[in-house]
Design a protein around this ligand. Structure first.
Ligand SMILES: Nc1ncnc2c1ncn2[C@@H]1O[C@H](COP(=O)(O)OP(=O)(O)OP(=O)(O)O)[C@@H](O)[C@H]1O
Length: 262
């Protein structure tokens, strides 16, 4: 479990980015949403100790982030940043994925095993010798996930993982997220894409001005007046409600509901 208790974060210059956020998070897919500047990235950075609380505390599987290093916490909470190409620096995909496990001090054999396993999870087998920079946008995103997975963290934070991807690549990333969740990972998705929230999340945390203004299930979230928070409803849901079919989470569910009615 990750427990966030009355978390405040004040940046230098006195910007209060988080103002008393409390939540717990386990093996689930949680979407962290909110308008620009609401504090999503600041909150996420607290979960693996990149930032330390100004007030309050964050406990990751019993570890208080104030008392543990980022290196220790990164074994438990992996963070896949937005625009992953900025994080690549090795000459090939194998070395890129091996970097994390190497830093954990694992044996060569185990490192190789982990790289193989992580690349398989994201369908990048056979890419070992390619330069990370030669990959497509979708492949880079999957490589970034593999780099983090190779550390075998229990929790994963994914910051805008489908931004800039075409539909096919976005679907692939969604499939990876579903698979990782089924395998027991807790997943925190930072996203602006409400379709993504509708389709994938189990729970939504909405931040606004550094406070959580909603923490609950997806259906309840989409009953909010989201315009107040600078967010939109997904088109599919709007149409479904307009034609009286109520809450659906995918085109498939919409079509089924339509067929049931006729
Ligand atoms: N290093 C920093 N120093 C000072 N203020 C900062 C710093 N980083 C973020 N902030 C401010 O803290 C607030 C919250 O920022 P944060 O990046 O957490 O928001 P966000 O919800 O992730 O936004 P976005 O959706 O635009 O990525 C913003 O007002 C931002 O300008």
């Amino acid at each position: 479990m990750i427990k966030v208790r009355n978390l405040w974060h004040v940046y230098e210059g006195k910007k209060e980015a988080l103002r008393g956020v409390s939540l717990t998070f386990g093996n689930e897919i949680v979407a962290l949403v909110g308008p620009n500047g609401s504090g999503k990235t600041t909150l996420a950075k607290h979960l693996n100790g990149l930032l330390k609380p100004t007030k309050g505390e964050v406990i990751v599987d019993g570890m208080n982030t104030k008392e543990h290093t980022v290196a220790e916490l990164a074994r438990v909470v992996g963070y896949v940043f937005q625009n992953p190409e900025h994080m690549f620096f090795e000459e090939n995909v194998f070395k890129e994925v091996a970097f994390g496990p190497k830093n954990l001090g694992l044996s060569t054999e185990e490192i190789e095993e982990r790289v193989k396993w992580a690349l398989k999870q994201v369908n990048l087998e056979g890419y070992e010798d390619r330069s990370p920079y030669s990959l497509s946008g979708g492949e880079k995103q999957r490589l970034a996930i593999a780099c983090i997975l190779a550390m075998k963290p229990k929790y994963l934070i994914l910051d805008e993982p489908t931004t800039g991807l075409d539909e096919k690549n976005a679907e692939r990333v969604k499939d990876i997220i579903r698979k990782l969740y089924k395998e027991g990972h807790g997943i925190l998705l930072i996203t602006h894409e409400m379709d993504f929230v509708l389709e994938l999340a189990e729970r939504v945390v909405l931040l606004y001005n550094g406070k959580e203004v909603f923490d609950g299930d997806v259906e309840g979230f989409f009953e909010l007046d989201l315009r107040k928070y600078g967010l939109d409803h997904p088109k599919l849901l709007t149409i479904s409600k307009e034609v009286g079919l109520g809450f659906v989470r995918s085109v498939e569910e919409f079509v089924n509901a339509l067929e049931m009615r006729t």
